[in-house]
Design a protein around this ligand. Structure first.
Ligand SMILES: C[S@@+](CC[C@H](N)C(=O)[O-])C[C@H]1O[C@@H](n2cnc3c(N)ncnc32)[C@H](O)[C@@H]1O
Length: 253
């Protein structure tokens, strides 16, 4: 089993990954960011929607949201969150490498580094190609990534954070000449310790631009956050917007 196919990983580390402050932040960005301009009826696809962190606030603003995730447990959490918020979500259990609904969405999102999980680079490229196909001509893809430039600032320094009445220890290892990295996490609560890890690609802005261009996107712009700030030395995230050209038709060759 690949690490990302393990429901237990997402469930056991949910306290760190999907903390309440992230939900509030997502709500705020969906309401205020110039990059989330959704109106009533906007069809939005959330690839790797997790517990509905962005899907729920988008639906609350009137978007018709489809959330795709491989994890049944995450989809259950998204279902619960949507019920609590009183909004409807269409939730689909699928692998983002396979999911494609041609020309069905004005907006496709991939949030909180839900991209780059596959060891074969072609499979990550395929996800972008499917996103392009799922967009209507003129539709936008919005990606929120932890980038290579940001990673390089603190790679190698172990970190500890307090999570849910416990402590999470995180150690990163650079892999394959800085193309990928591994992060080992140990969550200690009382006398129990849960270990987990993930390995994924970490892209520079230039690399992700090249991948998006190869998938057929144009109007590729990198930001340092959802306020639309520049992607510079102060950036905490890499937020990329890309457009399926308005005049484009059908599939890519
Ligand atoms: C880091 S979480 C982010 C979740 C959400 N986007 C957020 O902002 O909180 C990544 C999500 O991608 C999902 N995922 C992992 N591999 C996947 C795959 N191959 N296809 C679809 N979803 C996948 C995981 O189950 C998890 O819910």
């Amino acid at each position: 089993m690949e690490w990302f196919e393990d429901d237990g990983f997402w469930v056991d580390f949910a306290g760190a990954l999907f903390a309440p402050h992230r939900r509030q932040e997502a709500q705020r960005w969906v309401a205020t960011s110039p990059l989330f301009t959704v109106t009533t009826g906007t069809r939005a696809l959330d690839l790797g929607c997790g517990p509905g962190t962005y899907a729920v606030p988008l639906a609350a603003r009137g978007a018709q949201v489809t959330g795709v995730d491989l994890s049944a447990a995450m989809l259950d959490q998204a279902r619960t969150a949507s019920k609590e918020a009183g909004v409807a979500l269409r939730l689909v259990r699928a692998d983002m490498r396979e999911f494609v609904e041609p020309a069905c969405y004005e907006l496709v999102i991939s949030m909180y580094t839900s991209f780059g999980y596959f060891a074969d680079p072609e499979q990550n490229q395929l996800v972008l190609r499917h996103a392009w196909q799922s967009l209507v001509p003129g539709g936008r893809l919005l990606m929120d990534l932890f980038s290579k430039e940001i990673f390089a600032r603190w790679a190698g320094t172990p970190k500890t954070v307090e999570v849910d009445g416990g402590y999470l220890f995180m150690r990163d290892t650079v892999l394959d000449d800085w193309t990928r990295f591994r992060s080992d996490w140990t969550l200690v609560r009382g006398v129990t310790a849960r270990h987990g890890f993930f390995e994924q690609f970490v892209y520079s802005a230039a690399e992700i631009r090249a991948m998006l261009a190869a998938a057929g996107f144009t109007g590729i712009v990198c930001f340092g956050g959802f306020a639309g700030e520049p992607y510079d030395n102060n950036a905490k995230r890499l937020v990329v917007q890309a457009t399926r050209p308005p005049e484009s038709e059908g599939d890519l060759a």
